[in-house]
Design a protein around this ligand. Structure first.
Ligand code: AP5
Length: 224
C-alpha cells in the first residue's frame, strides 16, 4: 500500500507523515527532505536542485522520479510507505504508477486555505545546526531563536520567504491541485480538514487509515 499525502505547502504533510510512520510503521518518503539533505551536504544532486527550490519552483520530473524510484526500491518499503510531496504533477502521477504497479494507492489530501498556509509558514523555524523543526504559532520551542536540543540558531527555511511562499502556492494551484480531480475519478481520494490542532488532524487521518487497512486485510484473507 502506498499512502500519498497531497495538500498545499505548509498544510501539514510532513507533520502528519511523521505521525503515520510512528503509529503504522510505514516509512515516510519526503522528496523535499531528501533534496534539502542533498543541498546541505553539497552533493551533485543538491547543487542541481538548490536554486530551483529556493525560487519555489518544481525540480525537474526526471530528477524527482529517479530519486523516488531508488527510495521505493529499498527493503523497508516492501509493505508500504508514505509519500510526502510526490507526485506533484500529472507526469509524476503516471511515472509513479509504473513503479511497483501491483501496489495499491490511497490519497490523503490535507486541505488548508492560502491564508492559513501563509500564516503557518511565516512562523516556521528550523534549527540551522540539527534541523529540528519548530513553529512560533505552536510555541514548541523554549526560546524564540535557539534550538532546545543543541542550542543552534533557529532560522526560517530559505523558501519560507513571503514572495517564495506565494510562488509555491501558485505552483501548487497550477500543477498539483489538478491531481485532486484525477484521483477522485480513480476512487482512491480522501479529503482531510487541515485546520485545527495537529492531534485532531491526525485523528481524522487515523480513522480513514484504520478503515482502509481493515478492508485490505479482509480482501487478502478472502483471497488466501
Ligand atoms: P517540500 O518540502 O515538499 O515542501 P512543501 O510541499 O511546500 O511542504 P512543506 O514542507 O512546506 O509543508 P508540509 O505540508 O510538509 O507541512 P509541515 O508539516 O512541514 O518541497 C520543497 C521543495 O522541494 C519544492 O518547492 C520543490 O522545489 C522541491 N520538490 C519536492 N518534491 C517535489 C516534487 N515531487 N517535484 C518537484 N519538486 C519537488 O507543516 C508546516 C508548518 O506548520 C510547520 O511549522 C508545522 O509545525 C506547522 N503545522 C503543521 N500542522 C499544523 C497544525 N495542524 N496546526 C498548526 N501548525 C501546524
Amino acid at each position: 500500500m502506498r499512502i500519498i499525502l497531497l495538500g498545499p505547502p505548509g498544510s501539514g504533510k510532513g507533520t502528519q507523515g511523521g505521525l503515520i510512520e510512528k503509529k503504522y510503521g510505514f516509512p515516510r518518503i519526503s522528496t523535499g527532505d531528501l533534496f534539502r539533505r542533498a543541498v546541505k551536504k553539497r552533493t551533485p544532486l543538491g547543487k542541481k536542485v538548490e536554486s530551483v527550490m529556493n525560487r519555489g519552483e518544481l525540480v525537474s520530473d526526471d530528477i524527482v522520479i529517479e530519486v523516488v524510484r531508488e527510495r521505493i526500491e529499498m527493503r523497508d518499503c516492501k509493505k508500504g510507505y508514505v509519500l510526502d510531496g510526490f507526485p506533484r504533477n500529472i507526469a509524476q502521477v503516471h511515472a509513479l504508477k509504473k513503479i511497483k504497479p501491483e501496489q495499491s494507492e490511497m490519497i490523503l489530501d490535507i486541505v488548508l486555505d492560502d491564508e492559513a498556509v501563509i500564516e503557518r509558514l511565516s512562523a516556521r523555524r528550523v534549527c540551522s545546526a540539527c534541523g529540528k523543526p519548530y513553529n512560533l504559532l505552536l510555541g514548541n520551542s523554549k526560546e524564540k531563536d535557539e534550538c532546545d536540543l543543541c542550542k543552534g540558531k533557529l532560522v526560517s527555511r530559505e523558501d519560507d520567504r513571503p514572495d517564495i511562499i506565494k510562488e509555491r502556492l501558485r505552483v501548487y494551484h497550477e500543477e498539483t491541485e489538478p491531481l485532486v480531480d484525477f484521483y477522485q475519478r480513480e476512487g482512491i481520494y480522501h479529503e482531510v480538514d487541515g485546520n485545527g490542532p495537529v492531534s485532531q488532524v491526525f485523528e481524522s487521518i487515523s480513522g480513514i487509515l484504520d478503515k482502509q487497512l481493515k478492508q485490505v486485510s479482509e480482501i487478502t484473507e478472502a483471497l488466501s
